[in-house]
Design a protein around this ligand. Structure first.
Ligand code: FMN
Length: 259
């Protein structure tokens, strides 16, 4: 049994939730699974993590298939019900909470009003602590972009506003420790809400704040920039700084010059 401290730690994670549907020898079933993750683009893989002994665990082992129905904000009650009763005792699909339709490629029914309906065929089963990871390849799916998700973080929530990016420059020097005369790769990102190309002035200043090298860089896709600068061969040792500016917005990184 996890300690109260550990339970508090678990509550800090943020997840979505799915309704995992199955058709096993005992019939059709549905459970709530917050540990539902998209884990590969190509192939399109989804991993669900189910505790051994659950009716869903048995049914996935029997059928080698499962359905993922990502819970929308209209489905909180269905989520709770599916997560608080077991198919070992209760026919959850007899409830009017679930509006189902036949899947195209798997036996288990799918649930309407979800954000994503994905029909999965098992490609791997991995024991993981007190759960089993069932990794399924998505063999059919459909998306309903009109609804918001249920987000679990200390209770069930809806998604809030997009975070407005703070207007800053993030910058790094690589390597962060160099010798006089070395080349330094300066990379960074201009955090803005639009992604138009902009000019970034980059410079390396010595411990007294005197400029030792400079260049201009243009931001590329995703607002990133990169430029190489060379330190003078006679640069003294010490703690330098890499500065990147764009119209009054500045970022900085450390650069140690040693022998
Ligand atoms: C919101 C929510 C999320 C849950 N997430 C998981 C999960 O990711 N994995 C898991 O094994 N159980 C999870 N559970 C618990 C199962 O849904 C629960 O044990 C259920 O009764 C299992 O049903 P079954 O025996 O019919 O398969 C969750 C429960 C709730 C309410």
């Amino acid at each position: 049994m996890a300690s109260a401290n550990a339970r508090e730690a678990f509550r800090q994670f943020t997840t979505g939730v799915s309704l995992v549907t199955t058709r096993g020898r005992g019939g059709d079933n549905v459970m709530a699974a917050e540990w539902t993750f998209h884990v590969s683009y190509d192939p399109f893989l989804i991993s669900v993590h189910i505790r051994p002994g659950k009716a869903t665990h048995t049914a996935i082992e029997e059928s080698q298939e499962f359905g993922v129905n990502l819970v929308s904000e209209d489905q909180v009650n269905a989520m709770s019900f599916a997560g608080h009763f077991t198919g070992n005792e209760v026919d959850k699909f007899s409830s009017d909470l679930f509006d189902t339709y036949p899947a195209e490629k798997i036996g288990a029914p799918m649930i309407r009003e979800a954000l994503l309906n994905a029909e999965c065929r098992i490609v791997q089963q991995v024991p993981m602590g007190d759960h089993t990871a069932f990794i399924g390849e998505v063999i059919a799916f459909s998306v309903d972009g009109s609804k918001g998700p249920v987000i679990l973080h200390g209770g069930a929530r809806t998604a809030g506003e997009m975070i407005a990016r703070g207007h800053v420059v993030a910058v790094a020097s690589t390597p962060s420790t160099v010798a006089p005369g070395d080349r330094v790769l300066v990379t960074g990102e201009l955090m803005m809400n639009d992604r138009a190309s902009r000019t970034i002035e980059v410079m390396i200043v010595d411990p007294q704040g005197v400029e030792q090298a400079s260049a201009e860089a243009a931001t590329e896709r995703d607002s990133r920039f990169r430029v190489e600068l060379q330190l003078p061969g006679n640069a003294s040792k010490g703690a330098y700084r890499v500065l990147a500016h764009h119209e009054g917005v500045q970022g900085s990184a450390r650069l140690q010059v040693s022998a």
